[in-house]
Design a binder for this molecule. Structure first.
Ligand code: GLP
Length: 249
């Protein structure tokens, strides 16, 4: 893993967006794994700028989001489907039929997780997975625990994650207690991972994930095993890291 550290979050976003563009241009019909959360917002804004300048097109891509809350329909403002529309899809040339997100409003979540897993893993791995990490070490919504799943599955969110994610919900609204997430299998089989994190609050969990032992208590620690992961951090997020670092000035 190569950890690139930038003076600011904006520079980390820009560098990651440039690298994303370079990678997708080298693949004929790229299969791209996308992520939500506050972390990729600036990165997506940068991709939109590249699209507007004519240096990046999404029309041949197929995208697969990591996760979705159970109980929220795609038009619910806090669904990850709505997030993707707001921050990326509505501004680019990715055909609607080529955007995939687990269905959160399905009657049978286990069946939906199975369907989504076959869709993503399909005949070929993802060419690129965009990734960040939760404050408790989760990736996608693979929460810390005694075990981890390789396949997409229904997950009960930890109280910590629900509390942290309150920031995206309006006051008084209840954060869903479960979600469908891709498992570690699709993530680890992705040909490349672009990992983003920014801000002081991620510094401690990044130290554990990137320089600590592999443990199901920190699901992000398994990313240490990925052969082609490139990391883009600002200096605040990177402040405790000492191994494999490349400080960009
Ligand atoms: C979210 C997503 C994760 C994301 C993480 C971090 O809930 N399920 O894929 O990486 O939590 O969120 P943030 O970027 O807001 O810190």
């Amino acid at each position: 893993m190569k950890i690139n550290i930038y003076p600011t979050a904006e520079e980390a976003d820009y560098a990651a967006a440039l690298r994303f563009t370079e990678i997708v241009k080298s693949v004929i019909k790229p299969k791209i794994g996308l992520a939500t959360g506050t972390t990729p917002i600036g990165f997506y804004a940068q991709l939109v700028k590249f699209y507007q300048k004519g240096v990046l097109s999404f029309k041949d891509m197929t995208t697969y989001n990591l996760d979705e809350y159970i109980g929220l329909s795609p038009d619910h403002p806090q669904s990850f489907a709505a997030f993707m529309d707001n921050h990326l899809f509505s501004a680019i040339d990715l055909p609607a039929a080529q955007r995939n997100i687990p269905h959160g409003d399905t009657a049978d979540s286990h069946l939906e997780a199975e369907r989504y897993n076959s869709l993503v893993e399909g005949n070929s791995p993802l060419d690129l997975q965009l990734m960040s990490i939760g404050l408790n070490g989760h990736i996608g919504f693979n929460e810390p625990g005694e075990t981890l799943s390789t396949s997409a599955h229904l997950v009960h969110l930890t109280e910590e994650t629900r509390e942290v994610n309150k920031k995206s919900f309006t006051q008084g609204e209840v954060v869903p207690s479960s979600a469908i997430t891709l498992g570690l299998g699709a993530i680890m089989k992705a040909k490349r991972i672009l990992f983003l994190a920014k801000g002081d609050e991620k510094a401690e969990i990044l130290k554990q994930a990137f320089e600590g032992p592999l443990t199901t208590k920190v699901p992000g620690s398994f990313l240490q095993l990925h052969p082609h992961m490139e990391v883009f951090l600002d200096k605040d997020a990177a402040k405790y890291l000492t191994v494999n670092i490349n400080v960009v000035t």
